[in-house]
Design a protein around this ligand. Structure first.
Ligand code: NAP
Length: 231
């Protein structure tokens, strides 16, 4: 009998995160769609539920460690085990190392890097206990040293940190829980803009692939278009 898995997606209310929620639900997973604001989570979840998909909305603000642990507590109380964690929510601010505002630098590191750390700490230990888990850190080519960290400074540095978190966490886990990072490509969302060459559904593809890896899949890798790419 196939076990039904539950996936939690951060920043699931719009853009790539929303496409990931929809695709995972269509593939038969129960989905916890989280968003910074409870009302946005509820609205997006009920739209997907209206299409017959099993999607529950929950508030989870990546900038607030307590909001992450509160969300984990509510799910525990409801008897929901998170088997798949998609760290998707992020912010992008312009500016280089010297010109970016301190406030935006802190927000980028808090949300894009530490937010993923808080969710991993909230959900991965139970995955280890249950002997199954998939973590997908949605990173970016702009966070890759191999591609020159070629984006706005606070974003590139936060995503390089997210890549480092991926390697470091993967090293501490057995193969039952796999942690990988990926770049979704350039995607038409509020962040990617209207000229990007991919739809949110196309951007979701490698994320969903990593979220549903079979046993024996890769651990601690960085992927684009379902293929390994350089850190
Ligand atoms: N689009 C691209 O071309 C591209 C390229 C490479 C990598 N990526 C990565 O792909 C992921 C999704 O990006 P996207 O293009 O879908 O961006 P997007 O349309 O701007 O959506 C970003 C999502 O992150 C959420 N978010 C922001 N701050 C948050 C917080 N404090 N707590 C929880 N959620 C928060 C947003 O929620 P609100 O609605 O509340 O703001 C929104 O749901 C990101 O990790 C991004 O870095 C995107």
């Amino acid at each position: 009998m196939k076990i039904r898995r539950t996936a939690l997606v951060t920043g699931g209310n719009r853009g790539i995160g929303r496409a990931v929620c929809e695709r995972l639900a269509r593939e038969g997973l129960a989905v916890v769609l989280t968003a910074r604001r409870a009302a946005d989570a509820a609205a997006a979840a009920s739209e997907l539920a209206a299409a017959g998909l099993e999607v529950r909305g929950e508030a989870l603000d990546l900038a607030d460690e307590r909001s992450v642990s509160n969300c984990a507590g509510r799910l525990r109380s409801a008897g929901i085990d998170v088997d798949v964690l998609v760290n998707n929510g992020a912010v992008l601010f312009q500016g280089d190392v010297l010109s970016s505002s301190s406030k935006e630098f802190r927000a980028a590191l808090d949300i894009n890097l530490l937010g993923a750390l808080w969710t991993c700490r909230a959900f991965v230990p139970a995955m280890v206990e249950r002997g199954y888990g998939r973590v997908v850190n949605v990173s970016s080519g702009w966070g890759a040293f191999a591609e020159g960290l070629d984006g706005p400074a606070s974003y590139s540095i936060s995503k390089a940190g997210l890549n480092a978190l991926t390697v470091s966490l993967a090293r501490s886990l057995s193969g039952d829980v796999m942690v990988n990072a990926c770049c979704p490509g350039w995607v038409r969302t509020r962040m990617g803009g209207a000229d990007a060459d991919r739809s949110p559904e196309e951007g979701a593809d490698t994320i969903v692939w990593l979220a549903t890896l079979p046993a024996g899949g890769p651990n601690g890798g960085f992927f684009r278009d379902r293929a390994p790419t350089e850190w």
